[in-house]
Design a binder for this molecule. Structure first.
Ligand SMILES: Nc1ncnc2c1ncn2[C@@H]1O[C@H](COP(=O)(O)OP(=O)(O)OP(=O)(O)O)[C@@H](O)[C@H]1O
Ligand SMILES: [Mg+2]
Length: 278
């Protein structure tokens, strides 16, 4: 059981003067229980890749396979894939459509056959997992703050209990407590065996929570590996538009000048490495 993306290429407006090459030979694997982060600068191809994973767009070359089923535009295929792979849009406004939060969150699970008390229970479990209480269920989701809209969008995907969940920039619009709740949520989904695909600009967050990280630069995969492997790769070959986190950058400079032996994201570890050398 896994999502396997192999040598994916995608161009918008193919063959037109406005053609944009968004993905150029990108590969990754997602296993149940993993948090895979896809990191890159603005326009690096993250959302384009994300949209391939549940068949919002289709590979022009290369393949996307979900639990053995190739993602194509055949309807039977797509239903099975969309049931397995939940998708939280980068902009909640692109996802939300119902007139109440309860209807919004019920939509997915009722489509997959849940009704009555089981549906109501599923909706309440989903809002509780995302840190909301039942007062919100009667509200119109369009009138909520950006952060609350995002939580509702996430709850509505979680309510369908997908095997994989793709979250495109899920911490945008969340404050620091919202972000830490989101991290807990991603970890708890992963502990329950869900494969989490986390799309983000935030390299530091990705390095902290991920099983593996794919780094994109202008649609090209520049690194794919564990957080430690990603650190090594980005420290030796930095990407202009994707700055390293401050502590990592400082430790990298100190290592390059021979003042410490290792790079780290941890301020305390950096301080102790410096003091050992003084
Ligand atoms: N619908 C579209 N039509 C034409 N070009 C597009 C379209 N969507 C994206 N692109 C282009 O494809 C490239 C990749 O865009 P994509 O949205 O995948 O990047 P991203 O990494 O998600 O960016 P961001 O961090 O801003 O969300 C960019 O050059 C973008 O301008
Ligand atoms: Mg995007």
């Amino acid at each position: 059981m896994s999502i396997i993306v192999t040598d994916l290429h995608y161009k918008y407006n193919q063959g037109l003067p406005t053609e944009v090459s968004a993905l150029n030979g990108v590969s990754l694997n997602v296993e149940p229980g993993e948090i895979i982060s896809v990191v890159g600068h603005m326009g690096s191809g993250k959302s384009t890749l994300a949209q391939h994973l549940n068949g919002l767009i289709f590979a022009q070359s290369g393949t996307v396979v979900v639990d053995g089923c190739k993602v194509t535009d055949k309807a039977a295929n797509l239903n099975a894939i969309r049931r397995k792979v939940g998708f939280v849009f980068q902009y909640p406004e692109h996802q939300i459509f119902a007139e109440t939060v309860e209807k919004e969150i019920s939509f997915g699970p009722s489509n997959w056959g849940l009704s009555g008390a089981s549906l109501s229970k599923r909706v309440r479990e989903a809002i509780s997992l995302i840190g909301l209480n039942e007062d919100i269920l009667n509200k119109n989701p369009f009138t909520l703050s950006g952060g609350l809209k995002r939580r509702v969008a996430i709850a509505s995907v979680i309510a369908s209990a997908p095997d994989y969940i793709v979250m495109d920039e899920p911490n945008a619009g969340l404050d620091s407590s919202g972000t830490s709740e989101l991290i807990d949520l991603m970890k708890s989904r992963a502990q329950d065996g869900v494969g989490v695909i986390h799309i983000t600009h935030d390299l530091e967050l990705a390095l902290t929570i991920s099983t593996k990280i794919l780094v994109l630069n202008n649609g090209i995969s520049v690194s794919w590996g564990t957080p430690q492997e990603t650190v090594m790769s980005l420290c030796s070959d930095s990407i202009d538009k994707l700055p390293l986190p401050d502590i990592l950058n400082l430790s990298n400079m100190l290592k390059k000048s021979g003042k410490i032996d290792d790079v780290t994201l941890d301020a305390y570890r950096l301080a102790s490495m410096i003091s050992e050398k003084c």
